[in-house]
Write a protein that binds this ligand. Structure first.
Ligand code: CA
Length: 233
């Protein structure tokens, strides 16, 4: 899961970022609303944490702009001012939840989990392609009813390919979905995950085709003989 943190206070931001990273999230941090808007033009995140107290354009205005621009990802706002008006306004402008600073990290993590659960339930909980079914709510992959074991990175790649199927998925966007800016994953590492997925999917009649200079596409093929899913008749 990739999060965007928008906070101008370096100390607060690094504390939150560290906590979220330790909890397994890929976190990208920007210090202003302007920078957040820039980044969101070209990159996708699973959720954003936006501080209300930002220079020039505040977090409420940023939230309003993002929603007006049609961005649907969950937004959690942070406010140092324990002002009811800010929280009410934030929720009215399209934020999904808020936290009043200072807060305890476990509470932020719990609220994030709840937001991400809700946003996943709102989109389709099960993705499918050919014999493959991905239950995103329970993080289970099955093909022909058989459980397929996927590591966390493999899961991310698989989910990304399935969301785009039958269209090809861009390798650049896939790289972005897998990591934050400061823990760059190399294109070669992607190849490793793709190769592992091929090994797990091909027996079920699904190929991961490389599209030169662009990325990958899922395709239906004949299942390998003698393996699960093959020769059903
Ligand atoms: Ca601030």
């Amino acid at each position: 899961m990739r999060l965007l943190l928008v906070e101008d206070d370096v100390m607060v931001a690094s504390g939150i970022k560290l906590g979220l990273s330790d909890a397994g999230y890929a976190v990208d941090w920007v210090g202003s609303a302007e920078r957040a808007e820039e980044v969101l033009q070209g990159e996708t995140f699973d959720a954003a944490i936006i501080d209300i107290g930002l220079p020039r354009i505040d977090g409420l205005e940023l939230t309003r702009r993002l929603r007006r621009g049609g961005l649907a990802m969950p937004v959690l706002i942070l406010t140092a001012r324990d002002a009811l008006q800010d929280r009410v306004q934030g929720l009215d402008l399209g934020a999904d939840d808020y936290m009043v600073k200072p807060f305890e990290l476990p509470e932020l993590l719990a609220r994030l989990r709840a937001l991400l659960r809700r946003s996943q339930a709102a989109t389709s909980a099960t993705l499918s392609f050919g014999a493959l079914e991905l239950d995103t709510a329970n993080r289970e992959a099955r093909a022909n009813g058989q459980l397929i074991e996927l590591g966390p990175r493999e899961w991310t790649v698989m989910e990304y390919l399935l969301i785009h199927a039958p269209k090809p998925a861009s390798k650049d966007k896939l790289l972005q979905a897998m990591t934050g800016w400061d823990k760059e994953i190399t294109p070669n590492a992607i190849e490793v995950y793709i190769s592992r997925l091929r090994g797990k999917l091909e027996p079920h009649g699904i190929a991961v085709r490389s599209i030169r200079g662009f990325g990958y596409r899922l395709e239906l093929v004949e299942a390998a003989p003698g393996l699960p899913g093959a020769g059903a008749e």
